[in-house]
Ligand binder design. Structure first.
Ligand code: BES
Ligand code: MN
Ligand code: ZN
Length: 495
C-alpha cells in the first residue's frame, strides 16, 4: 500500500472511495459535512434512515452519491463525539481498512484522521492510520501452495488534510509505515513453523536485515558460546539436533560515544518443555516461543528504516527446547556465564536460562538501558489475559517510559511488582539459584530470576506470553510489542 498526504476538499477528490467519519446520533464530521453539502443533503437523509450504527467501527458503504466525484463514500462511525478515545479511533480505522479491502475501490481518500482524538495530534492520527491500514494487508501465505490472488482492495491511500501540511506529517507517515513493516517481519517469523524457523533461520534473517539496512550482525555458534561460558543457554540446547545460535545486531544511528539501548529477545524456536514435557494439546503454538526474538528483528527493521538517531544493540539467544538422550534433566545443575550456578528444577522454565546468559553478555556494552522481551510465563496470561503485556523493571523511570510508549502506540503493558520480598521464593539447597520459584506469582518469580543477572544496568522485562499471538480461528502472530519498542526508542532518540 502506498500513502500520500494531500490538502483538498473531499467532494472533489478523484478517488475510488472517500472515507469520512460520522459521530453517534448522525452528527457529521467536518469531511462528512462537506460531502453532505455537495450532495444537497443526501448523506443526512441516508443517515436519518438509521442504517449506520452508532458504535465506533460500524460502517456504511454508499455508491454513486450525487454531487460527489468519487464513486464510493465509506461512512465510518466514530461513536459519541465527546468520547472519542485512542481505541475507538483505531477501531474505526481498522473497520475502514476491512471495508476497503473488500471493495474494488483501488484507491481511497481518507478523511478519518481529521477526527479530534483527545491528547493526540494529527501526526499521531496519521501514523496510527498508516500503520493500521498497512498492517491490515498482512497475509501469511508463504507456505500455502495456492496464494489468494484478489483484485479487491486499495493500493493507494491519500490522507486528506484541511490545511497544507509540513514535514512532521511526512515523518509520521514514514513512522507508521516503518512500524507496519516491522510488524510484518515479526508476524511472519512468528507464524513460520518450527521446522522452518529454526535458530539458523533467525540468524539468516538477521544477516539479510543487515544487508538491506545500516545494521551490523554477528552470529555466535555453539563453540563460541562455550568459550564465553554460556552454560545456561547451552543446557537448553542439549536435547536438540538443531544448532543453537546467538545473534548480535548493532544499529548505530547515534553518536559513537552514546551508550546503546540493548534489546534482548527470547528465541526458543520450539518449546516442547524438554524432559519436563508439555501436554500435547495446543503444543503447536510453542512455535511462537521465539516471538521476543521476532520483535527485536522487527524493531530493528523499523528503526533502520526511520533512521533513528540512536545506538541500539539486539541480542537473540536462540535454540529449540527438546527432550532427548542428552537433554538436561530436572535437578541438573549448570553454570551460567555470570558464574552463578542454577539448579534446573523444571526444564520447561527454559526461557530464563537462555535470557540470563544474554543479559550477562549485555554488560559489555555499558548499556543506557536493557529491555528483554520474552514469551516467558503462562502465568502472565492468567494475570493479564491477551490484551496487555507484563512489565517488570529494576528502575521505575525506565518502566514509566515503556508504559507511556505502550499507551501511545496502542500496544499496552502493565507493571507488576519486582519487590525484594519475592526473591525469597527462589531458593535452592544445592545451587546458587533454582530456575523456578515456589508456588504462585509465576511471572514475578521469573523476572526475579532474571533480576539476579541484571545488577549492572537499568533493565526492564516485557512478558509477552499473552500478547505475541492469537489462538483459535484467528490464530496468528500479532507482531507485538514492535509498536511499543519503536515508540520507546523514537522517544529516546528525541524523534
Ligand atoms: N514458553 C513458555 C511460556 C508460555 C506458555 C508462553 C504458554 C505462552 C503460552 C515457557 O517456556 C514456559 O514453559 N514457562 C513455564 C514456567 C514454569 C515451568 C515455571 C510456564 O509458564 O508454565
Ligand atoms: Mn517452556
Ligand atoms: Zn518457553
Amino acid at each position: 500500500m502506498e500513502f500520500t498526504i494531500k490538502a483538498g476538499s473531499p467532494e472533489k477528490l478523484k478517488s475510488g472511495c472517500v472515507v469520512a467519519g460520522v459521530f453517534a446520533g448522525g452528527e457529521l464530521s467536518a469531511a462528512a459535512k462537506t460531502l453532505d453539502k455537495a450532495s444537497s443533503g443526501a448523506l443526512a437523509t441516508i443517515l436519518a434512515r438509521g442504517d449506520l450504527d452508532d458504535k465506533a467501527g460500524a460502517t456504511l458503504m454508499l455508491h454513486g452519491v450525487p454531487g460527489i466525484e468519487a464513486p464510493r463514500v465509506l461512512l465510518v462511525s466514530l461513536g459519541a463525539a465527546s468520547e472519542l478515545t485512542d481505541k475507538r479511533y483505531r477501531d474505526a480505522v481498522a473497520a475502514a481498512a476491512r471495508q476497503l479491502a473488500a471493495s474494488m475501490a483501488g484507491d481511497a481518500a481518507f478523511c478519518l484522521a481529521e477526527a479530534d482524538v483527545p491528547g493526540r495530534d494529527l501526526a499521531w492520527r496519521i501514523a496510527q492510520a498508516a500503520q493500521i491500514l498497512q498492517d491490515s494487508t498482512y497475509r501469511c501465505d508463504e507456505l500455502k501452495s495456492r496464494k489468494e490472488d484478489s483484485k479487491k482492495g486499495v493500493v493507494h491511500v491519500a490522507f486528506i488534510t484541511r490545511a497544507k501540511h509540513g514535514d512532521e506529517l511526512q515523518a509520521a507517515l514514514r513512522r507508521g509505515e516503518a512500524i507496519a513493516e516491522g510488524l510484518a517481519l515479526a508476524k511472519t517469523l512468528g507464524n513460520l513453523p518450527g521446522n522452518v524457523c529454526t535458530p539458523g533461520y533467525l540468524a539468516t534473517t538477521a544477516k539479510k536485515l543487515a544487508k538491506e539496512h545500516k545494521i551490523k550482525v554477528e552470529i555466535l555458534d555453539r563453540d563460541a558460546m562455550e568459550k564465553l561460558g554460556m552454560g545456561a543457554l547451552l543446557s537448553v540446547a542439549r536435547g536438540s539436533h538443531e544448532a543453537p545460535r546467538f545473534i548480535i545486531l548493532q544499529y548505530k544511528g547515534g553518536k559513537a560515544k552514546d551508550k546503546p539501548v540493548v534489546l534482548v529477545g527470547k528465541g526458543i524456536t520450539f518449546d516442547t518443555g524438554g524432559i519436563s514435557l508439555k501436554p500435547g494439546e495446543g503444543m503447536d503454538e510453542m512455535k511462537y516461543d521465539m516471538c521476543g526474538a521476532a520483535s527485536v528483528l522487527g524493531t530493528f527493521k523499523a528503526i533502520a528504516r526511520m533512521e533513528l538517531p540512536l545506538n541500539v544493540i539486539g541480542l537473540i539467544p536462540s535454540t529449540e527446547n527438546m527432550p532427548g538422550g542428552s537433554a538436561t534433566k530436572p535437578g541438573d545443575i549448570v553454570t551460567s556465564m555470570s558464574g552463578q550456578t542454577i539448579e534446573v528444577l523444571n526444564t520447561d522454565a527454559e526461557g530464563r536460562l537462555i535470557l540470563c546468559d544474554a543479559l550477562t553478555y549485555a554488560e559489555r556494552y555499558e548499556p543506557a538501558a536493557v529491555v528483554d522481551i520474552a514469551t516467558l510465563t503462562g502465568a502472565c496470561i492468567i494475570a493479564l489475559g491477551n490484551l496487555t503485556s507484563g512489565l517488570l523493571a529494576n528502575d521505575d523511570a525506565l518502566a514509566a517510559e515503556l508504559l507511556a510508549a505502550g499507551q501511545s502506540a496502542g500496544d499496552k503493558a502493565w507493571q507488576l511488582p519486582l519487590w525484594d520480598e519475592y526473591q525469597d521464593m527462589l531458593k535452592s539447597n544445592f545451587a546458587d539459584i533454582p530456575n523456578i520459584g515456589s508456588k504462585g506469582a509465576g511471572t514475578i518469580t521469573a523476572a526475579c530470576f532474571l533480576a539476579r543477572f541484571t545488577k549492572a544496568y537499568t533493565w526492564a522485562h516485557l512478558d509477552i506470553a499473552g500478547t505475541a499471538w492469537k489462538s483459535g480461528a484467528d490464530k496468528g502472530a500479532t507482531g507485538r510489542p514492535v509498536p511499543l519498542l519503536v515508540e520507546f526508542l523514537a522517544r529516546r532518540a528525541g524523534a
